[in-house]
Design a binder for this molecule. Sequence first.
Ligand code: PLP
Length: 411
Amino acid sequence: TSTTVPEAPEDPLFSVMVAFRNDSSEKKIDLSIGAYRDNQEKVWILPVVKKATATTAMSPDYNHEYLPIIGLARFIKAAQRVCLGNSSDVIKDNRITSLQTISGTGALHLGALFLSKFYRPDGSNNTPTVYMSSPTWSNHPQIFKLAGLPTATYRYFNASTRSLDFDGMLTDLAAAPPKSIILLHACAHNPTGIDPNPRQWEQIATIMAERHHFAFFDSAYQGFASGSLDRDAIALRLFASYGLEMCIAQSFAKNCGIYGQRVGCFHFITSPATEADTLETVTRIGSQLTALQRACISNPPAYGAHVVSLILNTPDLFEEWEEDLRVMSGRIMHMRQQLRIKLEALGTPGSWHHITEQIGMFSYTGLTTDQCLQMREMHIYMPLNGRISMAGLNLKNLDYFVKSMDRVVRE
Ligand code: PLP
């Protein structure tokens, strides 16, 4: 095998990062990163995380025992309340089974494996297709394909208006075979930054219910997008209120700034319409998820889960977390406003309202591949699809970025 293994294609973001690192210019800007930076371009450790780690600090006496296969129970319970709300019927009715995972990516993997093995909606042996937005996070198709699930796309982004292709999306969801798996971004769609509005989510949920599709939510940015955990969970809670069978891959990487600790959760929610006994159903599903988790990772990592659990289960810390979320989302929104104001003030050709209409970590600027390459010559690093990480902009580099953007758009 060693002589026959072909080289895997490189992740496009990786080469952008390397080029940035090798650039010695003082002007250089990295807009490829998917992690929050403060106005000084620094990694921002959330003050609430500092407090929580002071309590859970790894002293020499830290207990390094395994967590149970499903993870830390009090973390999991609190994570359910974060995405579904404190008064959720799903939780009250015990229609949910959850496992702690290796962050959002691990939750997507576990869900993909489970569906690949057990979701047989038409009673045949055919594995159903997973429909994902075009475009989507580049890891999505890789994760689902690795689990053996065929993938397809539904329309999402209208390049000419730089907005949601809502009619295209609904048409494609209606045309997908009944009981298909539909991957949805709960909020702050990556890479476009464009989310359906609440009315549009209702229409999406209605079509999903009519077609008996299975909703697979990826929730990687709750609270980080709008600053409100509740507002960023409207799609999750709406779908749950429709009584749809669904699952959620939940990440605490971005909203706790705890990326490398790999803290996440996978939730499977059954429908109240399921005829079988609810408790028996979730127990059966939970047992299979546990068996899969055992074969994949045996036990999830402990430390980050203890930190996040402390934040979620301590009212004062929870409030402080919400404040930290407002700081991060507020700075990002301020950057969006400033970027748009400055481009409009320069009279940069084109319309720029999409910059402030988009939400979350990323913005699809609309710059072409050629324009992105020209930006690189000016020491500005972004993937060639024109997506920028808003967290890479700050009050120091914004003017230089705007001037450069103005120049490439006019050329
Ligand atoms: N889903 C989306 C849309 C993302 O953008 C990311 C991270 O960039 C993830 C999931 C997974 O992140 P993690 O595995 O770090 O939680």
